[in-house]
Design a protein around this ligand. Structure first.
Ligand code: C2E
Ligand code: CA
Ligand code: CA
Length: 540
């Protein structure tokens, strides 16, 4: 054995590892680090994983990737795993004795452990010895446990479940037959390692998406994303309905003391199934890059986005947009940049209130709801601009206090500006009428309904629609009694097809003379449809 300084870690040979194993167990050179698992949406802790470390008094810290294969090869892994299980139980016991709020801890199981028929009974005996409630212990198995057949692992799973343990499928997606294995094995949690997915997010992203397609088939199984190093990865996983994160982004594996601090500092919450997606959407297909749904999302639906909305905080986060969305909004961004964007930045308080109102309505109705909002945009090149977006939104998934929305958008700025122009034109028209002292109305023959102009409404107090015309106007005393029957008769004549009528009639309480006229409109068969009435002040 070469002599080394204690500060330097150096890799040990297989024979050195095997030779020092007994001492390592005996003196606690093999021990556990703990890596917290966090709900990315709430920041609360959902559990932790115990990771084996070996610190040799001379060679220093050894990493699992170097010594675990050696232990497996030399039939020592079983004892090492049992030792870690006991270490974890002792840790939980100590925390409970100190009155601390403990969290479930996952312990790794080697695929070789299941060959030892005592494994389940042995860990159960340890758990009882330390009297740790079973819900605070989880076991991680890997797909490789099923190599050579699922019989043995199925039996172990059944026994673990009988005792009440939660079993996690570790490294899901790394094997070739992930799908089949998952179908056969009754696991409670899936751990998806980012390293097995495509490193690139948002780009071609096919690898990630197809893994997610598999994942969504077990939507009622919680999924923990492992090896999450960046916020982008975490947000992306969240977009898949997977909020649980274990990785350097939050914490590296921590030594016991540090872990204890984190465990006390953070709030805890239970592990629950991933975001529940509403049935109407075939979720598997929806995330599949080759599916018809995705083709539709990208090409046929126009601008569309998927975003989350938190009832608690009011936060909105964009998870996915298609190309047309970016084009429709006209932003100087690509689809990738839009992910994680906070759209409230572009809303003023009024338009935000409108949009939030419609989201709440959509949550209630579970139906498509529409709203129009003006949004502000500013860029270096174009300065400040306002655009009007019409959105049709619908809830497609929900988790606790958080909803997943699907929105189709249309940029209706041009339409709105055109309408505003029309309105302005109309008001000019109205002003012209006012100056000419003309009152106008429209009479529908079949229904005897009269629609007055704005001025009639204002000056005569008419509602927008008068039924059984002309009776209400006569009752109101606008016509002198001696003209009332003549005026009633006019409407009969119009009904009979008389093309036009006119007379000077003193109107209103002031009995001011007006030139009153009617012009009849007929349909293509000559049947009377509408009559257009007008009253012009006679200027003497
Ligand atoms: P694993 O079970 O998949 O454990 C996760 C590994 O990913 C850990 O490596 C952890 O430190 C690392 N990791 C966590 N977050 C990140 C991240 O954000 N980025 C990257 N690049 N890595 C991250 P570790 O501790 O070196 O363990 C490696 C493997 O050794 C484990 O992979 C597991 O297969 C095995 N192992 C560890 N402890 C035990 C044990 O007690 N028993 C058995 N049988 N195997 C163990
Ligand atoms: Ca693991
Ligand atoms: Ca893993």
């Amino acid at each position: 054995m070469a002599l080394q300084t204690q500060n330097e870690n150096s890799k040990m040979l297989e024979s050195e590892l095997v030779g020092s194993f007994e001492d390592a167990i005996k003196y606690g050179y093999i021990y556990a680090y703990y890596q917290p698992q966090i709900n990315h949406s709430t920041g609360r802790m959902i559990g932790a994983e115990a990771l084996m470390r070996w610190k040799h008094p001379i060679f220093g810290v050894q990493m699992p990737s170097d010594f675990i294969p050696v232990l497996e090869k030399n039939n020592l892994i079983y004892r090492a795993d049992i030792h870690i299980f006991e270490t974890v139980c002792a840790f939980q016991r100590k925390c409970m004795d100190e009155g601390l709020n403990i969290i479930p801890i996952s312990v790794n199981m080697s695929r070789y452990d299941i060959f030892n028929t005592n494994y389940v009974d042995e860990i159960e005996a340890i758990r009882r010895k330390y009297d740790v409630p079973v819900r605070f212990l989880r076991l991680e198995i890997t797909e490789s446990s099923a190599i050579g057949g699922t019989e043995l692992i199925t039996k172990v799973l059944r026994e673990l479940h009988e005792y009440g343990y939660t079993v996690e499928m570790d490294d899901f997606g790394c094997g070739y037959s992930s799908l089949n294995i998952l179908k056969d094995l009754d696991v409670d949690v899936i751990k998806l390692d980012m390293a097995f997915l495509s490193g690139e997010i948002g780009g071609r992203g096919g690898t990630i998406l197809s893994s997610i397609v598999q994942m969504t088939k077990w939507l009622n199984t919680p999924v923990i994303a492992e090896g999450v190093e960046t916020l982008e990865q975490a947000d992306y996983m969240k977009s898949m309905g997977c909020n649980y994160i274990q990785g350097y982004l939050y914490y590296k594996p921590l030594m016991e003391e540090e872990f204890l601090n984190v465990m006390q500092k953070l709030d805890h919450e239970p592990l629950t199934p991933a975001m529940h997606l509403i049935q109407m959407l075939d979720t598997g297909k929806f995330w599949d890059p080759n599916s018809m749904e995705t083709l539709i999302f990208n090409n046929f639906v126009g601008g569309a986005a998927i975003f989350t909305y938190s009832i608690e905080t009011g936060d909105v986060k964009i998870l996915r947009v298609n190309r047309k969305y970016v084009k429709e909004i006209g932003m100087n961004m690509n689809e990738h940049d839009m992910i994680g964007h906070n759209p409230w930045e572009n809303h003023d308080a009024d338009s935000r209130a409108i949009y939030e109102g419609v989201m709440k309505r959509a949550i209630e109705t579970r139906d498509e709801e529409m709203c129009e909002c003006w949004r502000n945009f500013s860029s270096d090149c174009c300065g400040d601009d306002k655009i009007c977006i019409r959105s049709y939104i619908r809830v497609i998934g929900e988790a606790e206090n958080e909803y997943l929305f699907y929105a189709m958008v249309q940029n209706v700025t041009a339409e709105k500006r055109h309408q505003a122009q029309l309105f302005e034109d109309e008001s000019r028209y109205k002003t012209a009428f006012e100056q000419a002292n003309i009152y106008a109305w429209e009479y529908t023959i079949a229904t005897k309904e009269m629609r007055p102009c704005f001025r009639c409404m204002r000056d005569l107090g008419f509602p927008p629609l008068l039924k059984n015309y002309p009776e209400p106007a006569i009752e109101q005393g606008i016509f002198p009694p001696e003209y009332a029957d003549m005026y009633r008769d006019w409407h009969k004549q119009l009904e009979a097809g008389v093309e036009s009528l006119e007379a000077i009639i003193p109107l209103t309480v002031g009995r001011v003379p007006f030139h009153v006229r009617y012009t009849l409109e007929k349909d293509e068969n000559g049947k009377p449809l509408k009559a257009y009435g007008s009253a012009t002040l006679v200027v003497e």
